[in-house]
Design a protein around this ligand. Structure first.
Ligand code: 13P
Length: 233
């Protein structure tokens, strides 16, 4: 299994030129890494920058930070402001983050809408990264999703107290949660850790807490730091 390193830029940066600068530096840094066959890097910028990066990605994949739950046959429809899974797929996205705790908190996303978004993403061939903070969020989110689609499903354990605080979860607790989540899903899928990951602690979450990858917020906007994280893998 490849180690998956996902950059979640969240609502940053504010200009396309800055987005391009970060993207170019990350790309250059990742391109230079030798022996990166065992790592998959995914960059998830805000929707508005995705099309600018579509043709520039070679050494890593593009991802989105959210997707609309409706799955209209033509991939579009009368849903003002929304972005469908088909649009993301056609734009070259391979991944989409779903159910991030910030979306649950500020946009009142529920297990039900998250479940619908997961289905729309998986049905359109996107790899879906389901973010959870508690084990209890798994069951409803995965309701009605066929086991055969689990191959494109990734879980990300992101304890809310660790997000953007500079206080990551302890390796011991993270390792325990990783084990409990694995037991709850009963199937061998990738589980990532997210929350105040940096180049100092990244390797421990993989080697000691046994995660299959990382979901990186703040540090992913600092190209040098992000490339360092990828290198430690
Ligand atoms: P930070 O790495 O900034 O704590 O954010 C984590 C996160 O929410 C990634 O999705």
């Amino acid at each position: 299994m490849k180690t998956l390193i996902v950059a979640n830029w969240k609502c940053n940066p504010t200009t396309l030129s800055e987005a391009k600068r970060i993207f170019d530096l990350v790309k250059k840094g990742v391109d230079k890494i030798e022996n990166k066959k065992k790592v998959e890097v995914v960059v998830c910028p805000p929707f508005v920058y995705l099309s600018s990066f579509k043709f520039q990605v070679s050494s890593f994949k593009l991802g989105a930070q959210d997707v609309f739950w409706e799955n209209p046959p033509a991939g579009g429809g009368a849903f003002t402001g929304e972005i469908s899974a088909k649009m993301l797929k056609n734009l070259g996205c391979g991944y989409v983050i779903i159910g991030h705790s910030e979306r649950r908190k500020y946009f009142k996303e529920t297990d039900e809408t998250i479940n619908k978004k997961l289905k729309a993403a998986l049905e359109n061939g996107l790899k879906a990264i389901l973010c959870i903070d508690k084990k209890s969020q798994i069951k409803n989110a995965l309701k009605g999703i066929a086991k055969k689609q689990f191959k494109n499903l990734i879980l990300a354990y992101e304890p809310v107290f660790a997000i953007g605080t500079g206080k990551p979860c302890s390796i011991e607790k993270a390792r325990k949660m990783n084990f409990l989540i694995r037991k709850a899903v009963k199937i061998n899928i990738k589980i990532l850790y997210g929350g105040s990951v940096n180049s100092q602690n990244a390797a421990d979450f993989i080697k000691k807490a046994k995660f299959h990858g990382l979901l990186v917020g703040g540090a992913s906007l600092k190209p040098k730091e992000f490339v360092k994280i990828v290198k430690t893998m």
